[in-house]
Write a protein that binds this ligand. Sequence first.
Ligand code: FES
Length: 224
Amino acid sequence: MPGGGTPGAAGPIEHSIRDVGAVTHALCNLPVGGAVGVRGPFGKGWDVEAQLAAGRTDVVVVAGGIGLAPLRSAVRDLVERQQRGEVRLFVLVGARSPDQIVFAEDVAAWRAAGSFVEVSVDVAPVGWQGSVGVVTTLLPTASFDPARAVALICGPEIMMRFTALALVDRGVDPDDIRISLERNMQCGVGLCGHCQLGPLLVCRDGPIVPYGGVAAELLRERER
Ligand code: FES
């Protein structure tokens, strides 16, 4: 398992960038050795350590599309923890089609390392051996204990909402479900208000928040 990008590991910091706009295009075209300024990290992360300390040792990771990128380093850490017998790890990945699965090599490596890993696609070509359908259809295949579970979810808001609802139905406490909110940010330190979502400043109170409390209501409201 590569060390870079894993919390606490020595080596270079890895950062995943999708080439979609002027800034990301410029970043993707930097020469090797080019200089990049980095601020942060700001706000709150997945907080896995605290969850494990609270006895939540069945970790359910649910990622939709590019949502796997912010989860990747946490999963790498969790795979190592599973190999040390500290957690049971369940990774469920959804993608539009097999060629849209991000970090496919990592996904295969996590499975090979002994973690429970399932992938579902919306559209399957001839010969696809895996599941077809939204990522929530994979939840019944994961044999986690709801009383000991913490869930980390990242993807489109509607996917996070329905995944969280399915986990609550299964018996997982909403406060043990973590979702990742995404908003345009400017100052990054709770001063400008650009990232406000209801009572939350996403740069300060998020981007990772518990589904319990205001987050569930906010996701529901935004679909109306
Ligand atoms: S980005 Fe300025 S308050 Fe969050």
